[in-house]
Ligand binder design. Structure first.
Ligand SMILES: Nc1ncnc2c1ncn2[C@@H]1O[C@H](COP(=O)(O)OP(=O)(O)OP(=O)(O)O)[C@@H](O)[C@H]1O
Ligand SMILES: [Mg+2]
Length: 355
């Protein structure tokens, strides 16, 4: 089944000859794409009533779709007149206005996946809110967004609002935190998000096209890994610095190094506020005093020393953390030892940032 965003992608091929060869998506001329079985309807917005190139562009739209999607049986192209169509197109010319009132933008990163980065990010956000700060969290993992489930907000759909001719997304508020994730748009309402260039831009939209308002902290749950997409993200978002999450194994050292390099290299040059050692030890529910160092003892302490960065916190492996992630009630809300561990982590991070 063809999706609206795929059609949108095909339309990147349709260049406007009078506009320096920019494509019609980029120019904000694609108002709507509708699909009904094999039928596709595209609505193009023109800034004035009689654009001499209208017929040419309509023909090019049809050709671009038929060429790339032979399964399409019928294409209808409608036109509307809309002044300054360009301004209405979100996702492009993303400015920094929406994060201008955020005091500290902090990336939560890891060299590799599965270390509990999202768990730490979500709980850190809740813990900061418990300390009285205004907090937002942007889930920048476009491929495996986990924030909606971890916060029990997966049934919610963010609303859009218009401000100065720009479409903004309103974050979901719960547990005193403003949440945003591409997961909210995964099934329904895709058009809003996937309008405009794809993944990388979608990711930036999750941060820059959101009406955050005034915040003390905006955490960014970075996608796992340290590839180009990360570098571009760190480059384009005014992140002050990062927190790196790791597990204690000696083999994780090289992953942490990649994470550290991503922020510390000459081109990017951001601060590393510290390391979080997740899964530092295992504590069974029925023996809360016992600590089993199943991934090795003091791995995090040694890594922090190795890189000359503070160890901000040690989070144990407890069943409650996983369960609360699955049930959408973050562990940081509780007064159990693991909840306290997250609150201490938040306190240490604030102290480090304020230095
Ligand atoms: N300290 C912990 N104790 C118990 N379970 C944990 C702990 N930290 C993470 N988990 C569980 O481990 C799994 C992976 O965690 P999470 O999704 O946070 O990792 P991630 O690094 O964000 O992964 P990805 O790379 O896929 O984004 C989840 O099921 C989570 O509930
Ligand atoms: Mg994750």
């Amino acid at each position: 089944m063809l999706k609206e965003n795929e059609i949108m992608k095909f339309l990147f091929d349709v260049k406007h000859p009078a506009k320096g060869d920019k494509n019609i998506v980029e120019l904000g001329m694609v108002d709507k794409v509708e699909i009904d079985g094999g039928k596709v309807k595209v609505t193009l917005a023109f800034p004035k009533r009689r654009d001499p190139l209208a017929d040419y562009l309509i023909g090019s739209v049809k050709a671009a779709i038929y060429r790339q999607a032979p399964e399409v049986t019928e294409i209808e192209v409608d036109t509307i007149v809309r002044e300054a169509a360009q301004k209405k197109q979100p996702g492009l010319n993303l400015g920094l206005e929406e994060v201008n009132n955020v005091a500290h933008i902090i990336g939560v990163a890891s060299g590799k996946g599965g270390v509990g980065k999202s768990t730490v990010a979500v709980n850190l956000a809740v813990a900061l809110a418990r300390l009285g700060y205004k907090v937002g969290l942007a889930d920048a993992d476009v491929y495996g967004p986990s924030v909606p489930i971890m916060t029990g907000t997966e049934d919610q759909m963010p609303e859009a609002e218009e401000k100065d001719g720009k479409e903004l997304i309103l974050p979901i508020e719960k547990y005193g935190v403003k949440w945003m994730s591409i997961g909210y748009f995964a099934e329904k309402g895709q058009a809003l998000i996937w309008r405009g260039p794809m993944a990388c831009n979608a990711l930036k939209q999750m941060i820059l096209q959101v009406h955050w308002g005034e915040l003390d902290f905006l955490l960014i749950d970075m996608p796992p890994g340290t590839g180009d997409i990360h570098i571009s993200l760190v480059n384009d978002i005014p992140m002050e610095g990062a927190v790196i999450v790791t597990t204690p194994q000696a083999v994780a050292l090289s992953d942490v190094e990649k994470g550290v390099d991503m922020f510390r290299n000459d081109k990017i040059n951001r601060k590393i506020f510290g390391l979080v050692e997740n899964m530092a030890w295992f504590t069974p529910e029925e023996l809360p005093e016992n600590k089993y160092y199943i991934f090795g003892k003091n791995g995090g302490v040694e890594m922090a020393r190795h890189f000359g960065i503070p160890l901000l916190g040690q989070i144990p492996i407890v069943q409650g953390i996983r369960e609360s992630g699955d049930s959408g009630e973050p562990a940081a809300l509780s007064s159990r030892p693991d909840g306290v561990a997250f609150v201490n982590l938040a306190k240490n991070l604030v102290e480090e940032i304020m230095k």
